[in-house]
Design a protein around this ligand. Structure first.
Ligand code: MN
Length: 230
């Protein structure tokens, strides 16, 4: 089949101990899914979580350099466990959700916080705050067949060697199986869909020259360096 413009490569993630890649279709992200982060963003600790999306185009596979994005003066990190769907479905029950997971990784939900706030203030979408070039760094995936389904374990971030985020996966308000159940009631989930499962408290700004080192014990690590804008 010919195309009238050149085809691009499907955004893909490396898989630990494999030469084969995981192709990415969509990126779902849950908001305010750790109690202390929910409070730091102005919540009362009981709000129902909600989702937004990033395009697969924003993926930065394996980390590396991130260009400081345009039109922001408040560029934030959010460290998150990434869930990679391996088997699609709709109306998936939480008790069956783990059967739909291919594996897990460590991601950063990079955010233009000032543009996100502008959207909130005017009741507008969050896309410009959340979905932009290089907004979704993610580590190699670890298959659930090797790892199991992590429900606890430290999730952390160091910026220039100083700890900025530290929590436990068990601090999530909505567990990963509950997130899959909720999402699959609204969408037909497909293989290649990623879910960024929320960030703990401690989010903050970074600038060119900063080194970010994120990790989830038992899952993996992700390193990113912020470099000047393109
Ligand atoms: Mn987030």
């Amino acid at each position: 089949m010919a195309h009238v413009i050149s085809l691009w490569d499907i955004p893909s993630l490396p898989v630990k101990d494999s030469t084969a890649l995981y192709p990415v279709r969509r990126i779902f992200c849950v908001g305010r899914n750790y109690v202390e982060h929910q409070k730091e963003m102005g919540g009362d600790g009981r709000e129902t979580p909600f989702f937004f999306l990033k395009s697969a185009h924003s993926l930065v596979p394996g980390g590396g350099t991130l260009h400081y994005p345009p039109k922001t003066a408040n560029f934030h990190y959010e460290t998150e466990m990434v869930v990679a769907i391996g088997k699609g479905g709709r109306r998936i029950h939480a008790t069956k959700a783990n059967e739909h997971v291919f594996g897990y990784g460590v991601g950063l939900d990079m955010t233009r916080r000032d543009l996100q706030q502008l959207g909130k203030d005017h009741g507008r979408p969050w896309d410009f705050g959340k979905d932009f070039d290089e907004a979704a760094p993610c580590s190699a995936l670890v298959p659930a067949a090797k790892l199991g389904h992590p429900a606890r374990g430290a999730i952390w971030l160091k910026v220039n060697g100083k700890e900025r985020q530290k929590a436990d996966l068990s601090d999530m308000i909505w567990s990963v199986p509950e997130q899959i159940a909720y999402l699959s009631a609204h969408y037909t989930l497909e293989p290649g869909d990623l879910i960024y499962s929320g960030t703990p408290a401690g989010v903050g700004p970074v600038k060119p020259g900063d080194d970010l080192h994120a990790g989830i014990d038992g899952v993996g690590e992700l390193k990113v360096k912020i470099v000047p804008a393109l």
